[in-house]
Design a protein around this ligand. Structure first.
Ligand SMILES: *Cc1c(COP(=O)(O)O)cnc(C)c1O
Length: 372
């Protein structure tokens, strides 16, 4: 089955024949009738349907759904590392992922190695005793494209598990498991659901890992509500058409910004000026919906630009049908100190634009009015 068909297909409800998979909004199931389903924190048919769908799209053996992307990340890490383990994290991961690892896990007794942005730095930090590597395929917000095939090869040599947060890339543009990643993680709050109206997460991968991660989900209670699962399922049906349009618009906007001559630096993997452009062309089918850029001037100038936008909303999220913009220093990455931000490449005047489904000409006009 081709990719675009897999986004549409879902199981017909076996009890009623409903052509759209129903929301099983129930906490529990009649026993002993239900052997498989007993209690919705453990397993619910609607959330199970979502996990299986994402797993099929990513080309993995199994999947499990969470109440948030962070639920997926923390449950994954807590089930696969323990005191004495050694974990390697890319510095340019989601700020809260970094905080959980550098704060909680290291205090808990896990040895933490941090790699500066870029595949060479990650490859250089893999040790013989590395147990788990967590990176993003396309990183937030500086949009480095990590060379997953090379990193997975070296991870295998070291006997390390490779987990890739694929939130920014989406399965339309990249499928890390087909390039050797053991676990693929999503914040489904972003492109997968796609409408800025739900918080959810997914982990998909090899059965031996997902079994442990799923058990941790049941322990921690980071399980997804069936109604939220339905919203993500609904969103995924249009993921392919949304991303095709968003990839195109984002590229247009990146080109416009670069050619305007009024922006200090435009960061988009589709541009030849991007440091990982060649890698991106090799391992991505599209360059994604996020365009980051550094404005001329200071933090104040960056914030002023946001203030002048009309159509594009200032918000701490991305991946929705409506375009949003954020100032990473004071918003998504405010938890990092100055040194950490510098090493990650987040400058004071960096903005992160998530391109939605508005007409790209309107978005360009909005940006044009705000950029002096
Ligand atoms: C948003 C995000 C997360 C966290 O997901 P939540 O659903 O907000 O918990 C993790 N990784 C990346 C790359 C994200 O953008």
């Amino acid at each position: 089955m081709r990719m675009s068909t897999r986004f549409i297909r879902e199981d017909i409800d076996p009890t009623t024949g409903a052509v759209t998979y129903p929301i099983y909004q129930t906490s529990a199931f009649l026993l002993p009738m239900g052997e498989k389903y007993r209690y919705s924190r453990e397993l619910n048919p609607t959330t199970e349907q979502l996990a299986e769908k994402v797993s099929a799209i990513e080309g993995t053996e199994a999947g499990t759904a969470f109440s948030s992307g962070m639920g997926a990340i923390t449950s994954t890490l807590l089930s696969l590392v323990s005191p004495g383990s050694r974990i390697l994290v890319g510095r340019d991961v989601f700020a809260r992922t970094y905080r959980f690892i550098s704060g909680f896990l290291s205090k808990w007794g896990v040895n933490v190695d941090v790699a500066d942005p870029g595949s060479e730095n990650i490859l250089g930090k893999i040790r013989e005793d590395t147990d788990l590597i967590i990176i993003e395929g396309l990183t937030n917000p500086i949009l480095r494209v990590n060379n997953i095939p090379e990193i997975s090869r070296k991870a295998k040599e070291a006997g390390a598990i490779l987990a890739v947060d694929s939130t920014f890339a989406t399965p339309v543009n990249q499928r890390p498991a087909t390039m050797g990643a053991d676990i693929v993680i999503h914040s489904a709050s972003k492109f997968l659901s796609g409408h800025n109206d739900v918080i959810a997460g997914i982990a998909a991968g090899k059965k031996e890992y997902i079994r442990k991660i799923d058990d941790m989900r049941r322990n921690l209670g980071s399980s997804l509500d069936p109604h939220a699962a339905y919203l993500v399922l609904r969103g995924i049906k249009t993921l392919k058409v949304r991303m095709d349009a968003i990839n195109k618009s984002a590229f247009m906007i990146a080109k416009y910004l670069e050619e305007s001559g009024k922006i200090k630096r435009v960061i988009y993997p589709g541009l030849e000026s991007h440091p990982d452009h060649d890698t991106a062309r090799q391992i991505m089918d599209g360059f994604g919906g996020v365009v980051s850029f550094e404005v001329e001037g200071s933090e104040k100038d960056a914030l002023e630009l946001i203030g002048k936008l009309d159509l594009i909303t200032s918000a701490n999220t991305l991946g929705g049908v409506n375009s949003t913009i954020s100032h990473p220093k004071t918003m998504s990455h405010r938890g990092l100190n100055d040194d950490e931000r510098k090493l990650t490449g987040i400058s004071d005047n960096l903005l992160r634009l998530s391109v939605g489904l508005e007409d790209p000409e309107d978005l360009i006009n909005d940006l044009n009015g705000a950029i002096l």
